[in-house]
Ligand binder design. Structure first.
Ligand code: FAD
Ligand code: SIN
Length: 539
């Protein structure tokens, strides 16, 4: 097996990973440089597809302030957001977003060069910056990716997947095992700062806005390593994904900003139904709008409702939402004339690896940032466009924290780690699996039983079905290829989501239980930690 050493290793190249690499690379305490390991091409990520924008509480936006943003975030979070975290992230947003701009990220401006702010659901004012109209993620990722490629201190390893964390007997993270898809080989990477920026778990669900890579790898790896995992029952279902046909898996996002600019939701009868569910109508928090659509769809036995954007000036519509307009056009829909068929789809993971604002997890040497982490910012339901902000603020704070750390790569590797490495140097054989069919089966189980509304019976059913899938898959450690590793990780994370959802006997934010409709005001975060000794796995 090939061995290498880096001062800091970042897994993932979305907004969180790219920006962390750049900020860490600015420091002088890096004897062995910075490495980014990423599953496919550099920058391929959920971040790249972000549409609506990024929250920025900027001093030049006179209508806005930290207090107001904190209030909106907490309200959307259904009482579960951690106040210190929300305040810290909101306060840092001015400095960090301005730094992003200096790094080369371009946001949309008016003819006087002033930044343009948009509105999304549950924000009390316009405070969201966007890029390319509705292609904010592309703008951010391109700006950061270009800067990373110019940085001589950063090495990039593409088409490579972290598949196991190296944890010492003292419970410290010392690196990772990485599967290189191009060579088919496993490699060992040592580091004293291993940063998981691996994104969320949208691919656990049959219908999702997330691209293929969102299989929860980092959360599965951290769980297996014994890190605390928080709030995984809170999966955000975005209300409006393009739903051309009931079974088509493609669920292209129709940004909330379209509603922010005035579009209305209508049912099959053409009725604007949102006023029956919330006085905020289309701009109610995401979980509320999603459940309203779910309920209309059930009532009408239909697989979608419609979003009518024809109310918006056609020229503004095309300029402001070029990506969405173009996508709908390919499906024969002129959005200035015709309502868009939409339905909810899994979109965002509020839970994740428990971490503080500077990415520190419950394991020394292991850090988590971005969607893979759960800092307590989003509570039970994320406020729109707060995710990209969290990605960049936590990356910035982590780099600041690491600038004072000793980043000498580990010199002594103990027996436990040697045993782990040994597992991956042995060859494996056995039957071939139809991974695409297995992934589909798992995604249907999750969609049908652990979806927008759950109850004990559906969750217990899902638990049994996932156990059966786990029993029949004999590669819960070393696998043959990326698909198998992703499926392995999806099984691990599915069990965590189900277990957390069973434990939370209340309805709150994105976790709606038809058998426990009330919110339990006493309830706080859920935490899951794998307790069995890691070595037992390899016995
Ligand atoms: P990601 O961007 O998902 O990046 C994860 C990276 O890790 C990828 O490069 C992936 O390939 C890599 N990776 C994963 N596992 C491994 C592994 N085992 N080994 C190596 N590499 C691995 N949020 C907003 O705030 N505003 C928006 O407008 C917005 N719009 C959105 C639109 C869409 C369609 C989607 C899907 C999400 C949107 N979100 C938005 C949410 C937001 O984009 C994400 O939460 C955020 O971008 C996550 O960034 P990240 O860097 O944490 O993870
Ligand atoms: C959207 O544009 O609706 C997505 C924004 C987000 O997920 O924050």
């Amino acid at each position: 097996m090939k061995y290498s050493e880096y001062s800091a290793v970042i897994i993932g190249s979305g907004a969180a990973g790219l920006y962390a690499a750049l900020k860490i690379s600015e420091h002088s305490n890096l004897p062995d440089g910075v490495l980014i390991i990423t599953k496919s091409a550099l920058g391929e990520s959920n971040s790249k597809y972000a549409q609506g924008g990024i929250v920025a509480v900027l001093h030049q936006n006179r209508d806005d302030n930290v207090e107001l943003h904190v209030k909106d975030t907490q309200k959307a979070g259904a009482g579960l957001s951690d106040i210190e975290t929300v305040e810290a992230i909101s306060q840092a947003s001015d400095e960090v977003v301005n730094d992003l701009i200096k790094t080369g990220v371009k946001f949309d401006r008016n003819e006087n060069g002033e930044l343009l702010f948009t509105l999304e659901a549950a924000h009390s004012i316009r405070r969201i910056l966007h890029s390319g109209g509705d292609a904010t993620g592309k703008g951010i990722v391109e700006g950061l990716r270009n800067a990373v490629l110019e940085d001589k201190n950063i090495t990039v390893m593409e088409n490579s997947m972290a598949v196991e964390l190296l944890i010492s007997r003292e419970k410290e993270c010392k690196g990772a095992i990485v599967f290189n898809e191009l060579t088919g080989e496993h490699e060992v990477i040592y580091t004293s700062a291993l940063i998981l920026a691996t994104g969320g778990v949208g691919q656990l669900y049959k219908f999702t806005t997330n691209p293929d890579g969102a299989t929860g790898d980092g959360i599965a790896l951290a769980y297996e390593a014994g890190a605390a995992i928080q709030d995984m029952e809170f999966i955000q279902f975005h209300p409006t994904a393009l739903a051309i046909s009931p079974e088509s898996k493609e669920r292209f996002l129709i940004s909330e900003a379209v509603r922010g600019e005035g579009a209305k939701l209508i049912n099959k009868e053409g009725e604007q139904f949102m006023s029956r569910y919330s006085d905020k109508r289309e701009l109610a928090p995401r979980d509320v709008v999603t459940r309203a659509i779910y309920s209309e769809m059930k009532k009408e036995h239909s697989s979608n409702v419609f979003l009518d954007a024809s109310i918006i000036n056609p020229l503004k519509l095309m300029n402001r939402f070029p990506t969405i307009s173009a996508k709908c056009k390919t499906k024969g829909i002129d959005i200035s004339q015709k309502p868009i068929p939409v339905a909810p789809a899994a979109h965002y993971t509020m839970g994740g690896i428990k971490a503080d604002v500077s990415g520190k997890t419950s394991i020394k040497g292991l850090y988590a940032i971005g969607e893979a982490a759960s800092t307590g910012l989003h509570g039970a339901n994320r406020l729109a466009s707060n995710s990209l902000l969290e990605c960049v603020v936590c990356a910035y704070e982590l780099a600041d924290y690491l600038s004072f750390a000793n980043l000498e790569t580990p010199k002594k590797i103990d027996e436990g780690i040697k045993k782990m490495i040994d597992v991956y140097s042995r060859s494996i054989s056995g039957r071939e699996y139809d991974i695409q069919a297995l992934k589909s089966e798992l995604k249907s189980i999750m969609w049908n039983n652990v979806g927008i509304v759950r109850d004990e019976a559906s969750l217990i059913h899902a638990k049994k079905e996932v156990e059966k899938l786990k029993d029949s898959f004999k590669r819960m450690h070393k696998c043959l290829n990326r698909d198998e590793y992703e499926y392995r990780n999806m099984l691990i994370v599915a069990s965590i989501v189900i277990e957390s959802a069973l434990e939370r006997k209340e309805s709150r934010g994105a976790h709606a239980r038809s058998d426990y409709r009330e919110t339990n005001l006493e309830a706080r975060h859920s935490n899951i930690i794998k307790t069995e000794e890691k070595e037992l796995i390899y016995a």
